[in-house]
Design a protein around this ligand. Structure first.
Ligand code: GTP
Ligand code: MG
Length: 193
């Protein structure tokens, strides 16, 4: 099984000219701003300082590449839905995301993160449909499950799976603060690499 032994920050990119284009496989992490993308990377790497986290939404505005064991890159993508006051959904969508999906040839898997406490937003649904349209493999991950009781979590899983029409058995359940979900993420990555 994949273990996160040697995890290093490689670079940040803000446009396609700066994207990594070598033949190392990539596993990307997307989700709304503040959902816990950077925290998941830190959980996996067991290093709270590797990816910058913040309680202020919109912290990660760049594509951040992390090398894992020289085996693959974990890619922390800009969060969407940051501009709360935006008039339409497209204004809440970072176009760096489109560029990333358009120009990253060695992308093997995308983890789409959803906050276990909230119902998926229009942008979450848009993101999932976008990946389906492009034929990019994705796996859904529920974050921050430590903030819910068992019964609240199972109720939310039922409701979330209805909204996005997803099999509720297929969510990866995580909590970065409890370090929960590492093995399942590792197994999932291994399957897609
Ligand atoms: N209790 C709890 N808090 C979490 C968990 N994961 C993340 N958080 C908190 O949620 C906030 C946002 O986490 P980040 O990892 O920075 O979220 P992000 O998705 O990278 O955010 P952006 O970069 O702004 O898009 C931080 O205050 C984290 O400490 C979790 O599993 N449990
Ligand atoms: Mg972040």
């Amino acid at each position: 099984m994949i273990r996160f032994i040697n995890c290093k920050f490689i670079k940040s990119a803000s446009k396609k000219e700066e994207f990594l284009q070598d033949n190392v496989p990539q596993v990307a992490i997307v989700g709304r701003s503040n959902v816990g993308k950077s925290s998941i990377i830190n959980m996996l790497a067991n290093n709270s300082k590797l990816a910058k986290t913040s309680s202020t939404p919109g912290r990660t505005r760049l594509v951040n590449y992390f090398d894992i064991n020289k085996q693959f890159y974990l890619v922390d993508l800009p969060g969407y839905g940051f501009a709360q006051a935006a008039k339409n959904v497209k204004e809440q969508w970072d176009f760096t995301l489109d560029e990333y999906f358009e120009f990253s040839t060695n992308l093997k898997l995308v983890f789409v993160l959803l906050d276990s406490r909230r119902m998926p937003s229009e942008l979450d649904v848009l993101m999932i449909n976008y990946l389906v349209d492009k034929g990019i493999p994705y796996v859904l991950v529920l974050t921050k499950t430590d903030k819910l009781s068992k019964s609240e979590l199972s109720e939310n899983i039922n409701n979330i799976s209805k909204i996005i029409r997803h099999n509720k058995e297929l969510f990866v359940i995580t909590s970065a603060s409890q370090r929960q979900g590492i093995n399942e993420i590792a197994k999932t990555i291994e399957k897609y690499l």
